[in-house]
Design a protein around this ligand. Structure first.
Ligand code: SF4
Length: 693
């Protein structure tokens, strides 16, 4: 009986390293504002009129709805009876106004009952997915398949006709549609960065659903409620027409239509007027609901791939624990593999990545979009979706195997020992919660502070990351702040529990160049002050050259080169690294210098090329490159995977005096280490590379 509406999982923000390559939604053209339109305004005006009349029915100067012979029976519209009278001489306007109470009251009540019954199941199914989702949705489909009219007849026959029973019937029948709606919206929001950020801070599933997702479900639910109201008004009218709703003498619109049937020939207005009022009301609910849905639903631009049959998360064969002679490194990833099941096959986003990281060091992960950088850190943090994922490998934190830990145990580590800062500070913060509520949450959850203590600490934290007037900022909402301020807040949240490792996933991409420099300096200072380690994911090679100690270059899910930043930027060995560095814009180059590009596109990770994955784009590729995958060979402190590497380069003097950064200014002092950077000045080289890199 109720509509089966499912807006579909529509994450508004697609991660930079989206394994499926799903395009981001098209941006709204500048200057094109969302408008309500005259249809929406008319519909709202009609609903206000009907609801107002229903509320004030007893105060209006109209005859009582059951006063017989208040006018000539079956008379048409006239002064005193603008809608005419029915067969008993009762005023039709009065009966319509009082009937609106029943229609709107039942509509509102049924919507609330359906929402209360369905929303919790929808939240749980959309958030946890997997088996929980399948069980809930199967039960939901069974309920949906039950014939609505049979159910209504059974309830009314058993319990009798009346408002309460009609409410229960329509509310219960509406619950499955609410389950589907709330599940869809939850699935969309569960992928958003502020939810990932909350999980990275160790928030429990229930807390994430209640505080991060539920407030965002309210608006789509409100718009859907109008559509449901329209359906319920028709459903109640149908039940009244069958004599299964509120009984006489209380008027209902459906009952009035039923009563007027016998007078259709000589007094059609008795049927037409309530029909027209019901039609206009249903139309108005639909118009308002549809328009609100358009304004609130987050959608892809129609480019979303067809749905895959999601498989539960699978853990593939695990590598043996590494043999260590000395103390374990702070962080060690061993053969990490992550694949996503898509309609086109298994996307191997991370394919056998290993690295170590020590305290006080910054490891940068670079590569093109889709190379697996962001998915690698999500794999290390254990923040992968619960279903449709194939994962493998081990991650050790101070020798402790994180991959063997339960989600509950991981929640105790995320936020306290490992924390993350994500790319876009606007999406990393929940837009409907105050800054204070969000910053104090990890302090209260992980450090057991009471509200007052948490706010005092949050104030100090915000001050420590350079936010002026922290008390005022804590009272505000994210949209009231600039991008740089929001990113400082996400950093403060990440640092609130003194993590040992901070993961920064493109922390400056959404910011302007001046703020980028401030944020990176802030991150670096915090790393120094707290003696923590940092994993930095970035496209910006100049920034990486400035701030990283070690660099991993990823291509098509694999590490193709790894080494100290100074050496790697001065003399790349793998041809992809070399091409990547050449493609980095040199802001010190003369104007009109042609920008270098890497020809071709990153490979399809469902079926990557055989041999070296870079060979279709590599100008140095030979027959062997297409036949055999080059292993990652160690060479001193470096490692690279290339059959025909660039010749080694000996750097005989430090880089030139200036380091060119993304903001285009030269500032030797900003570089915290003396190593040649992406667009460093000339260096003496030997071998084939003579371009000063
Ligand atoms: S292995 Fe061959 S194709 Fe791959 S980067 Fe080296 S030279 Fe190029």
């Amino acid at each position: 009986m109720l509509p089966d509406v499912e807006p579909g999982p529509d994450p508004a923000k697609v991660p930079a390293d989206d394994p499926a390559g799903t395009p981001a939604p098209a941006a709204r053209p500048a200057g094109k504002r969302r408008r309500f339109g005259w249809g929406f305004r008319l519909a709202v005006a009609w609903l206000v009129l009907v609801a107002g009349a229903a509320l004030l029915a007893d105060l209006l100067p109209i005859p009582h709805y059951d006063a017989t012979l208040s006018g000539e029976p079956r008379s048409g519209p006239a002064f005193g009876h603008p809608f005419g009278t029915d067969a008993l001489g009762r005023d039709i306007l009065s009966r319509i106004v009082h009937g609106a109470r029943v229609s709107l009251g039942v509509g509102l009540g049924a919507v609330l009952i359906g929402l209360l019954l369905g929303a919790p199941f929808g939240l749980v199914a959309g958030y946890y997915r997997g088996v929980v989702d399948r069980i809930i949705m199967t039960a939901n489909d069974i309920v949906l398949a039950f014939p609505a009219l049979v159910f209504a007849l059974a309830v009314v026959a058993f319990a009798g006709a009346g408002v309460r029973n009609v409410l229960i019937v329509l509310g219960v029948l509406g619950a499955p549609a609410w389950v589907r709606l709330v599940r869809s919206v939850t699935m969309a929001y569960a992928q958003r960065e502020f939810v990932t950020a909350a999980r990275a801070l160790g928030a429990k599933g229930g807390t994430v659903m209640r505080r991060e997702i539920a407030p965002n479900v309210v608006l789509p639910a409100l718009s859907y409620a109008f559509v449901i109201m329209a359906v319920v008004v028709v459903a109640e009218g149908s039940l009244a027409f069958l004599g299964l709703s509120v009984q006489a003498p209380t008027p209902t619109w459906g009952g009035m239509i039923n009563e007027g049937r016998s007078n259709l020939d000589d007094a059609p207005h008795i049927v037409l007027v309530p029909s027209l009022v019901m039609f206009c009301t249903v139309l108005a609910f639909n118009l308002v609901g549809d328009r609100l849905q358009e304004l609130t639903t987050i959608r892809h631009s129609g480019l979303e791939p067809r749905r895959a049959r999601k498989k539960a998360a699978v853990t593939v064969d695990e590598p043996a624990a590494p043999e260590r002679k000395g103390p374990a490194p702070l962080l060690e990833a061993v053969d990490v593999r992550t694949g996503f099941h898509t309609p086109y096959g298994l996307v191997r986003a991370v394919d056998g990545v290993s690295f170590t990281l020590e305290r006080g060091r910054t490891l940068a992960i670079v590569g093109e979009s889709g190379s697996g950088k962001s998915q690698l850190i999500r794999s290390v943090l254990g923040l992968l979706p619960p279903a449709g994922v194939e994962r493998g490998g081990r991650v050790y934190l101070d020798g402790e195997d994180l991959t063997a830990k339960s989600p509950e145990q991981m929640r105790g580590i995320l936020g306290t020992r490992m924390a993350a800062v994500f790319q876009d500070p606007m999406t990393a913060l929940n837009p409907v919660r105050t800054v204070g509520a969000q910053v104090t949450e990890p302090l209260r959850v992980h450090r057991g502070m009471d509200r007052k203590e948490a706010y005092a600490t949050a104030e100090r934290l915000l001050a420590s990351v350079g936010i002026p007037e922290p008390r005022r900022v804590l009272r505000g909402y994210p949209h009231q702040l600039s991008g740089g301020m929001r990113q400082r807040i996400t950093i403060a949240m990440a640092l609130s529990c003194d993590p040992e490792i901070l993961f920064a996933d493109e922390p400056t991409t959404a910011l302007d160049v001046t703020v980028q420099k401030q944020i990176m300096r802030l991150l670096h200072d915090q790393r120094e002050r707290r003696d923590m380690a940092m994993v930095l994911v970035s496209h910006d090679l100049a920034m990486v050259a400035d701030w990283a100690d070690e660099v991993i270059v990823m291509y098509a899910g694999r590490v193709v080169e790894h080494g100290p930043a100074a050496e790697l930027f001065a003399a790349p060995r793998m041809r992809y690294t070399e091409a990547l560095l050449k493609a980095a814009p040199d802001l010190t180059a003369p104007s009109h210098t042609r920008l270098e590009v890497i020809d071709g596109r990153p490979p399809n990770l469902v079926a990557p090329p055989a041999g070296c994955r870079f060979h279709p784009r590599c100008p140095f590729a030979r027959e062997r490159c297409a036949a055999e995958a080059p292993p990652l060979v160690n060479e001193g402190s470096r490692a690279y995977a290339c059959w025909y590497p660039a010749e080694p380069v000996t750097v005989t003097e430090p880089a030139g005096p200036a380091v060119s950064t993304a903001d285009g200014t030269d500032d030797a002092a900003r570089s915290h280490q003396d190593h040649p950077a992406v667009s460093a000045g000339p260096v003496d080289v030997e071998g084939n590379i003579k371009d000063g890199r």
